[in-house]
Design a protein around this ligand. Structure first.
Ligand SMILES: NC(=O)c1ccc[n+]([C@@H]2O[C@H](COP(=O)([O-])OP(=O)(O)OC[C@H]3O[C@@H](n4cnc5c(N)ncnc54)[C@H](OP(=O)(O)O)[C@@H]3O)[C@@H](O)[C@H]2O)c1
Length: 255
């Protein structure tokens, strides 16, 4: 197996699952990794941690769809090259597990949807169109969520369900044009938006088991990164249009 895309943008690559993916892709032979999110300071810290001259940073806000073209141009300029891989691990929810349900305000709906859905759709579309116009192939992997399958009374869940829907709707079309689009749907994963769960990652805990999946432990970001890596390799090509559930044995929440 080898990476099908070698110059890879990781949106949300400064922290959590995105950071772990960047690390794995570097380890697996990426020639250039571009970490991209809103907070430049976070990106700088992540670059320092990765200790590699193959890592670049490029601040951007995925929800500002009108800025995507400029973002891609900035990446070309910073790296002296055109990216052929895109991992989208950016995302927002409401303050951890504070699901707002029907009480959500219109502005919160827009904030979540613009970041988790609209921004993701247009970033995929703009990246794929760009590659297509250059007659180039590429790989895209989006981080959706097990929430896509759940009933949490949450707008976050609606956004993730739609992400998985985008992959089903466009995977075949893009594959025919040489662009591999897949997503991973992680269950509860340590770090990032769900910090403080490290003690639950070390296997079945008789005294204090994690109880929202079958493996009875919280997933590590490195484990999700392994799935992302796989989907960015040549093996990812045969998976085109797939949503890979990585929920620790559960399709839905078992609690
Ligand atoms: N942790 C879990 O249990 C879990 C489970 C299933 C799915 N997921 C999904 O996995 C992905 C990564 O989550 P995580 O847990 O690793 O959390 P995280 O560390 O908070 O990662 C989210 C990243 O998104 C970036 N981001 C947020 N808004 C953005 C915007 N408008 N434009 C560009 N970047 C933006 C953030 O960086 P800035 O603040 O610098 O912008 C941050 O680096 C998310 O899509 C999440 O929904 C997580």
């Amino acid at each position: 197996m080898e990476l099908r895309a070698k110059r890879i943008i990781v949106a949300g690559g400064g922290t959590g699952i995105g950071f772990a993916a960047a690390e794995r892709l570097l380890d697996g032979g990426a020639e250039k990794i571009i970490l991209a999110s809103r907070n430049e300071e976070k990106l700088k810290q992540a670059k320092e941690k990765l200790k590699s001259d193959k890592v670049y940073i490029c601040p951007f806000d995925i929800s500002q769809c009108g800025s995507h073209e400029q973002f891609f141009k900035d990446v070309d300029e910073i790296t002296g090259d055109t990216a052929d891989g895109l991992v989208i691990a950016s995302g927002l929810n409401f303050d951890g597990g504070n699901w707002k349900g029907f009480n959500i305000s219109e502005s919160d709906w827009d904030r979540i949807m613009d970041t988790n859905l609209k921004g993701v759709f247009f970033l995929i579309r703009n990246f794929a169109n760009r590659l297509h116009s250059m007659n180039r192939k590429g790989n895209i992997c989006v981080v959706s969520s097990i929430s896509a399958h759940r009933d949490l009374l949450s707008v976050y869940q609606i956004s993730k369900n739609a992400i998985s829907g985008i992959v089903h709707a466009y995977g075949k079309h893009l594959c025919e044009r040489g662009i591999v689009l897949n997503c991973v749907e992680p269950g509860t994963t340590e770090g990032g938006m769900l910090g403080g769960l490290e003690k639950y990652t070390d296997g079945i805990r008789p005294g204090e088991p994690w109880n929202d999946n079958s493996i009875r432990r919280v997933i590590r970001p490195e484990e999700i990164a392994e799935v992302i890596y796989f989907l960015m390799t040549n093996a990812g090509e045969i998976m085109s249009g797939s949503c890979v559930l990585a929920g620790g044995g559960c399709k839905s929440i078992s609690r």
